[in-house]
Design a protein around this ligand. Structure first.
Ligand SMILES: C[S@@+](CC[C@H](N)C(=O)[O-])C[C@H]1O[C@@H](n2cnc3c(N)ncnc32)[C@H](O)[C@@H]1O
Length: 260
């Protein structure tokens, strides 16, 4: 198996048990994916980098008769997904430990492959080739991610010192398009920007950052993180009287397997 970065393995293992409670989960991308799959009697999918399973569970609520292969490199995350789905009475799934780069899906068996908030951790071209091989003709690939400009306009990008400079892994829309275009058998179908108005008390934001809800925070040395956190609180409190308000943005990229 291709080794994941050791600091990221540690990061995701440490936060696996609190991950769902410190992230904000959006229904819109899942509803859009469900609409694209409408008409399939028993859709079979694979969610890569499934984490603690928050999007996986939403997919079971939105896509009737779904069977899902939940893939992640991190066993602690897979355990969380397994527990969450079982606790919610879902049994149409299997978990598989694999990196995106080593992914071995049964060739041509999948109606869709999805990945939420994870492709910046992958070798993206490898992930695309592996996903394509698993997809049936006309099978769909869905990638939900934030772009560098989304990151810069977020509350963290605007107010948390060093956040933009440290987060160099995010792919641009051009990168996403070019990599799909360079993958024979995959066709770029659409990219939809989704924008959400958020509000929260400053203490909730501090709690999220302390729990390293974005892995970007794990790229700081401990002292530098504490210093940045103090500066973040001060800057946000100067700008907002009580409730903090901002917009989060993400993109949903949709590609299709077509060999013709
Ligand atoms: C930011 S989390 C997103 C989890 C989930 N999709 C969500 O949105 O809640 C990224 C996930 O990708 C996994 N991951 C990181 N690198 C990976 C790789 N190379 N192959 C497969 N999974 C990986 C991590 O273990 C983690 O669970």
């Amino acid at each position: 198996m291709v080794p994941s970065r050791p600091d990221m393995v540690r990061h995701f293992t440490e936060i696996s048990s609190v991950y769902r409670s410190v992230r904000t989960t959006d229904r819109e991308p899942v509803e859009r994916i469900a609409r694209e799959l409408d008409g399939l009697a028993v859709p079979r999918g694979a969610d890569i980098g499934c984490g603690a399973g928050r999007y996986t569970l939403l997919m079971f609520g939105a896509i009737p008769n779904l069977f899902l292969t939940c893939v992640d490199a991190n066993p602690a995350m897979l355990e969380q997904t397994d527990e969450l789905l079982r606790a919610n009475g879902v049994d149409g799934f299997e978990t598989r430990r694999s990196t995106a780069e080593d992914l071995e899906l049964e060739p041509g068996r999948y109606d869709f492959v999805s990945s939420f908030n994870a492709v910046h951790h992958f070798d993206f071209p490898d992930f695309l080739r592996r996903s394509r091989d698993g997809l049936a003709e006309d099978g769909r690939l869905f990638v939900y991610t934030r772009l560098p400009e989304h990151n810069a306009r977020s509350i963290w990008g605007r107010f948390f010192p060093g956040f933009i400079e440290k987060e160099t892994r995010l792919l641009t829309l051009g990168d996403l398009y070019a990599a799909i275009d360079d993958t024979p058998g995959l066709w770029f179908a659409a990219a939809t920007c989704l924008r959400y108005r958020r509000t929260a008390p400053i203490d909730r934001l501090i709690e999220q950052a302390r729990n390293r809800h974005y892995s970007t925070f794990s790229l700081y040395e401990p002292d530098a993180f504490e210093e940045a956190l103090v500066a973040f609180r001060a800057a946000v409190e100067r700008r907002f009287a009580d409730t903090v308000e901002w917009y989060d943005e993400n993109i949903l990229v949709h590609a299709v397997r077509a060999d013709g």
